[in-house]
Write a protein that binds this ligand. Structure first.
Ligand SMILES: NC(=O)c1ccc[n+]([C@@H]2O[C@H](COP(=O)([O-])OP(=O)(O)OC[C@H]3O[C@@H](n4cnc5c(N)ncnc54)[C@H](O)[C@@H]3O)[C@@H](O)[C@H]2O)c1
Length: 353
């Protein structure tokens, strides 16, 4: 069955969703944004009708799939309304601005039985899928190191006077308002999700973060996440200023090193918006055969891959490819990491499912 889609939120990220829908050959009936010019620009690209009130798209019986690409605080009302109308929903990460709200949305989707995905699209990168396939080869897990350093220029010694990363006096920065935070929410949430995807849920976390004076967002969050039987995960999300770091020497330094009794897997992933330009890499070191194998993957947009999966499942009307709880789990873990960093004590997540 061919499904029709609507996109709600036509800002920065929406072009990747439009591309994914184009690749999947899914007609888009509505593009919606509070800013009519943004909705119209997106509509011109895909032949949709531009609107400013998302309720029109959700009320359209011909629409089966709603892509929620607004800023994070706006996700809740749109997701709940779309679920109540029985639509399949793809919501951008992070799912919500609190674990409570993420759970409210997830529980609604579970109760309604409607397919629901949070767009942690790095799960669909071939290097991640290959790592999952090779995990049994490395045996029982001992320790994981997960790093995501994102080149944001020098926010450490300079407080920008304007723009996304400016925190006005008695006001909120763009990065906090739109995404919930900086290092942990922007780049860190993908790696939080990959830790959950590859290693599983930690039972205890102990974190530490850096928020510069006068700002409302973090530049770094470091943590130890302890699992019951899969070792500890050392985690670090950081907005940094050094352009010559990382796999492509482009300042993007994101990798996950998973150590087992019999070997090591190291995943190197490209910047969230550069996957179709920069390939990914998985290194498999096998302690038993004493071999080191590099699996190099050609550039491919993780958005196209992810949206292709969502569409295939949505057309069948079933949840598939990832659990409905994916976005909630990341938000719960993010909340625990922040709680630990701000209280100075270890926190045990109280998983709600
Ligand atoms: N997957 C990733 O790697 C990734 C990367 C960047 C951003 N994101 C996520 O994507 C989402 C959007 O981020 P962005 O960078 O595109 O932000 P953006 O500010 O560029 O775009 C958001 C758009 O949503 C619109 N909007 C806000 N409230 C609305 C409402 N009630 N109805 C209709 N439109 C509304 C705004 O007018 C704006 O055009 C956020 O949740 C963010 O965390 C994900």
């Amino acid at each position: 069955m061919t499904i029709n889609a609507a996109i709600i939120g036509c800002g920065n990220i929406s072009r990747f969703h439009l591309s994914g829908l184009e690749h999947a050959k899914v007609p888009v009936r509505w593009t919606c944004d509070l800013n009519p010019a943004s909705a119209e620009a997106a509509a011109r690209r895909c032949g949709a009708t531009a609107i400013t009130d998302w309720r029109r798209a959700i009320d359209d019986p011909a629409v089966g799939l709603i892509m929620v690409t607004t800023i994070t605080p706006a996700h809740r009302d749109i997701c709940l309304a779309a679920i109540a109308r029985g639509k399949a929903v793809v919501c951008e990460k992070t799912l919500a601005d609190s674990a409570e709200t993420a759970w409210e949305i997830t529980a609604a989707a579970q109760a309604a039985g409607t397919p629901f995905w949070t767009n942690y699209m790095k799960r669909y990168l071939p290097c991640v899928e290959k790592a999952r396939e090779l995990m049994p080869e490395i045996g029982p897990l001992i320790a994981t190191h997960a790093r995501t350093w994102q080149l944001w220029g020098d926010l450490w010694t300079k407080h920008p006077a304007e723009g996304f990363c400016h925190t006005p006096q008695d006001g909120t920065s763009g990065v906090k308002r739109n995404m919930g935070g900086a290092a942990l929410h922007c780049c860190g949430s993908h790696i939080v999700d990959l830790v959950l995807h590859l290693i599983g849920r930690p039972y205890r976390v102990f974190a530490d973060e850096h928020i510069p004076p006068g700002r409302d967002y973090d530049l770094r969050l470091s943590a130890v996440m302890q699992t019951r039987d899969r070792g500890s995960v050392l985690f670090e999300a950081c907005a940094h200023a050094l352009p010559h770091l990382g796999m492509s020497r482009d300042g993007w330094d994101e990798h996950i090193e998973i150590n087992g009794v019999f070997g090591r897997l190291t995943i190197f992933t490209p910047t969230w918006d550069q996957g179709d330009r920069i390939g990914s890499l998985l290194v498999h070191e096998d302690g038993r055969t004493r071999t080191r194998t590099e699996h190099r993957f050609a550039p491919v947009s993780p958005f196209d891959l992810a949206v292709g999966h969502y569409v295939a499942w949505a057309e069948r009307g079933v949840q598939g490819g990832q659990a409905v709880t994916t976005g909630y789990e990341a938000d719960e873990l993010i909340a625990c990491l922040q709680r630990s960093a701000r209280s100075g004590v270890a926190v045990e997540p109280a998983w709600r499912c």
